[in-house]
Ligand binder design. Sequence first.
Ligand SMILES: Nc1ncnc2c1ncn2[C@@H]1O[C@H](COP(=O)(O)OP(=O)(O)OP(=O)(O)O)[C@@H](O)[C@H]1O
Length: 132
Amino acid sequence: MNMGLQDNKQTEKNHNFFQSLKHALDGVKLLIAEERNFRFDIIISAITVILGLVVQLNINEWLWLCVAFSTVLGSEALNSIIENVVDLIVDHRFNLLAKRAKDIAAGAVLLSAFFAIIVGCLIFIPKIMLWF
Ligand SMILES: Nc1ncnc2c1ncn2[C@@H]1O[C@H](COP(=O)(O)OP(=O)(O)OP(=O)(O)O)[C@@H](O)[C@H]1O
């Protein structure tokens, strides 16, 4: 049973919270290391946070930004999951269902990015207008 832990090829359930946490952090590291769009989203989120500090957002505005960040980052993560699972199943052979699944996953990311841009515009444009 413990063999999986010793040779780092675990396939059985996690045994405790810290083991689950380690694997979850491995997942975040993979997203940052291998997903260019995920890194881009994190950079945009960081710039937005700095801008939010500059214009002194209120609690409601921060909450909306948090919803936007988590929607985009969450859909990017789901997109990566779908890409990996599809590649696992079709092994890089062309397949119309694989194309549909990947295109729909990418479409979900696009829609969430559109939502985040709307939220950002509604929050920041009125504040930036005040400077002029
Ligand atoms: N096995 C496949 N069969 C058919 N079409 C595929 C397959 N794999 C990829 N595609 C097509 O190529 C596109 C890009 O593939 P994939 O999502 O794997 O690349 P990516 O560069 O990692 O995408 P992203 O920019 O979302 O990270 C898909 O949206 C789909 O249209």
